[in-house]
Write a protein that binds this ligand. Structure first.
Ligand code: SF4
Length: 302
């Protein structure tokens, strides 16, 4: 095995472990804020249970939800990085290892035969999103995506004339239709423009943006706030039992579109908004960006 393959595999196993056990700080803080501010008694009870669950998972070093999701990787590679052709195999091996070692629930099923591969790998799974940048480093983000929130993610091909009002209606309707199914409070990733596939890809990637990181575009930052308030006015509340906090945040991304097309995609992310990121520098040094490395997490390497 090449050195880079070993490092990528070890880092990806660690990222999977971090992600499924411990939520990023911004998500935990948003849930704590929701608990403090929630006015509905049932909503507060649900948020208390969620926070207790998070604490217990961290203490016991076990996954915080039984659905450890379908594994998605976002890989940003420097054009000068070496052995890029080894990364895919390393991520597949990492997924297999993590399934056994953490363990993860086997969630990769053949859509026609229903056969479960038992190791979370399969055709196009784990799914790898690639981005090429300048430099020689490798940044890996893992997104284990739960089924409950994925099931209500949706795409609308709106009429361009519907404009912003149409977009808002589509998003709020999606939240109402989803109800309790995505395990709220959720994070909404909104992808606008491009084409059907591009909008959905942008929406899913948008849920990775930390909740405390505002949109760099001030108009979109304002729109995110408006959509967040509108979604919370539905009163669906934590786990659908009523309350002020149906969503924790809304993240928008967009691409330019065909004049006749207005795709709007809504990717739902449940309260278990798991993600973890690390950078592998060209000298082999690894920096974990979202989680603190703990020595009690099994055989942490790299
Ligand atoms: S939607 Fe999220 S919180 Fe709900 S069961 Fe699935 S992974 Fe767990």
């Amino acid at each position: 095995m090449l050195e880079i393959e070993r490092v990528v595999e070890d880092v990806a196993v660690n990222l999977l472990r971090f992600a499924v056990i411990e939520l990023p700080k911004d998500v935990k803080e948003a849930l704590q804020y929701a608990y403090r501010e929630e006015e509905s008694k049932a909503g507060r009870t649900q948020l208390r249970a969620i926070l207790d669950n998070i604490e217990l998972a961290e203490k016991m070093r076990v996954p915080l939800c039984q659905d450890t999701g379908v594994i998605n990787f976002y890989v940003r590679v420097g054009a000068q990085a070496k052995h890029l052709d080894e990364i895919e195999k390393a991520l597949q091996n990492a997924t297999k290892r993590a399934t056994k070692e953490i363990p993860l629930r086997p969630n990769a099923v053949d859509p026609f035969t229903q056969k479960n591969t038992q190791d979370n790998t399969g055709r196009f799974i784990p799914f790898i999103n690639w981005e090429i940048l300048s430099g020689d480093g490798i940044e890996i983000t893992v997104l284990p995506k739960g089924g409950g929130s994925e099931n209500v993610s949706t795409l609308g091909m709106l009429v361009p004339g519907e404009g912003l009002a149409g977009l808002k209606k589509f998003v709020v309707d999606a939240v109402i239709k989803a109800g309790s199914m995505p395990c709220p409070p959720t994070i909404l990733g909104i992808g606008v423009g491009g084409g059907a596939d591009i909008a959905m890809k942008l929406a899913k990637a948008a849920i990775l943006r930390p909740l405390n990181q505002p949109n760099l575009n001030p108009d979109l930052a304002r729109l995110e706030k408006v959509l967040c308030e509108a979604a919370n006015m539905t009163g669906i509340g934590p786990m659908g039992l009523g309350g002020r906090f149906t969503v924790l945040g809304v993240n928008i991304d967009y691409a330019h579109r065909h004049p006749a097309s207005y795709p709007v995609a809504v990717a739902f992310q449940c309260w278990a908004a798991r993600r973890a990121t690390a950078c592998i520098l060209s000298n082999g040094t690894v920096e974990y960006l979202t989680h603190k490395v703990r020595r009690d997490d099994g055989d942490l390497q790299a």
